[in-house]
Design a protein around this ligand. Structure first.
Ligand SMILES: NC(=O)C1=CN([C@@H]2O[C@H](COP(=O)(O)OP(=O)(O)OC[C@H]3O[C@@H](n4cnc5c(N)ncnc54)[C@H](O)[C@@H]3O)[C@@H](O)[C@H]2O)C=CC1
Ligand SMILES: O=C(CO)COP(=O)(O)O
Ligand SMILES: [Zn+2]
Length: 352
């Protein structure tokens, strides 16, 4: 008898476009939520969109509250949980980059409240995902949470954000190439569960972005549109898989390790982009397609070297040789690569 079952959790409303911040209230009213909103944001996103969202939410008839977070940490999540416990809001609205959104997402999951995602930067694919990522001691990777009930991505706001945030989002998508290959490898070698649909969607999303790489330009709202649609698609792939596997392989392990060794030095997307160049080389060798990954990143202006990341050579090599320890996820790194192999990969690809 066939006994498999699966739950695919997706947002109900994904609203993308020029000026859609003003439709936040409308997007939420369709969800039939009750109670007042609690806006969770960080300092710059608060100025860029947070206050505007708060004012807009006032139109729903309840008085919105706001909490401003400074950094992604469990202490900050606890603080937001405490605020939510005191104020008893009906739902949480995360306004900002990946960190503010992840904190709101995880606090909402803890309080069993609905969560709305309002990204102010097209910098990562957590804007739609059902996963939250916050450093926890020696580990650093996403854990299960609930996906947003609605996503409101205003392309006018996203296009005005610093261009490097958008190139980080592009790199997070391009890294899906190597993530899917690692996932297939884990399926063949370790019998890890693989979803054809999630794998195909994730890979196609990366391919479409690379095909459009030439047309992605700083200040062009159309570019923000292309990138955010790709980020949504990648988040949906993670929801279908109920795992970050479609979007996170060895290149993400490398980035998570850099977060531990050199916190705050570079953006998540930029780190995974460089990690993807290294991973593509390890997966396919010198004659493989690591150059295509590197060239796609270079075309959009994302870093392809340690120098461009602002991270020193030793740290890059340490991250690469210890990345396999970060979580129990089989990738091309296997049980780890040694210093010489890491040095060879990093020099052949020009990362060092
Ligand atoms: N939950 C998930 O599935 C995923 C989570 N992530 C997490 O997301 C985080 C990375 O997100 P990022 O957005 O790269 O970093 P971030 O949230 O630290 O934002 C980077 C900077 O951009 C600023 N910023 C945001 N919007 C702006 C705007 N419109 N104008 C000017 N400045 C603006 C922020 O204030 C911050 O200083 C990492 O913690 C990563 O682990 C990344 C991918 C997936
Ligand atoms: O960043 C992610 C996907 O782009 C999430 O992946 P992790 O589960 O490795 O944190
Ligand atoms: Zn990522």
């Amino acid at each position: 008898m066939f006994e498999k079952s699966t739950w695919i959790r997706l947002p109900r409303n994904v609203v993308v476009g020029h000026g859609v911040l003003d439709q936040t209230g409308e997007a939420i009213s369709e969800l039939h939520l009750s109670g007042a909103p609690l806006v969770v944001t960080s300092p710059t996103p608060r100025e860029v969109a947070g206050e505007r969202v708060k004012a807009e939410l006032g139109s729903l008839g309840e008085t919105p509250e706001m909490v401003v977070v400074e950094q992604a940490s469990f202490d900050e999540i606890e603080r937001v949980i405490d605020v939510a416990r005191d104020l008893e809001p009906g739902y949480l609205v995360g306004v900002g980059g990946g960190k503010a959104i992840d904190i709101a997402k995880m606090a909402a999951a803890d309080r069993n409240l609905g969560f709305i995602s309002v990204p102010t930067a097209a910098s990562h694919d957590g804007i739609v995902s059902g996963r939250g990522s916050v450093p926890d001691g020696g580990t650093r990777h996403s854990v299960a949470a609930d996906p947003p009930l609605a996503v409101v991505a205003d392309t006018e706001v996203l296009a005005e954000a610093p261009w490097r945030l958008t190139t980080a989002g592009c790199a997070d998508i391009i890294s899906n190439y190597t993530a899917v290959r690692d996932w297939k490898l884990a399926n063949r070698l370790q019998n890890a569960q693989y979803s054809e649909y999630a794998g195909a969607l994730s890979q196609m999303t990366a391919e479409m972005l690379v095909e459009n790489a030439d047309s992605l330009k700083r200040g062009l709202e159309e570019s923000a549109w292309v990138v955010v649609k790709a980020l949504v698609s990648s988040g949906v792939a993670m929801s279908i898989a109920d795992s970050s596997r479609p979007a996170s392989g060895a290149e993400h392990l490398f980035s998570h390790q850099l977060d531990r060794l050199a916190p705050g030095d570079a953006l998540h997307g930029h780190q995974v982009g460089v990690g993807s160049v290294l991973t593509a080389y390890l997966q396919d060798g010198e004659r493989g397609d690591w150059r295509n990954v590197r060239d796609a990143l270079a075309t959009i202006g994302a870093p392809t070297t340690a120098d461009e990341l602002g991270i020193d050579d030793e740290t890059v090599l340490e991250a690469l040789t210890t990345a396999h320890e970060i979580r129990d996820r089989y990738t091309i790194l296997g049980d780890g690569i040694n210093q010489d192999a890491a040095h060879e990969a990093a020099t052949v690809t020009g990362v060092l």
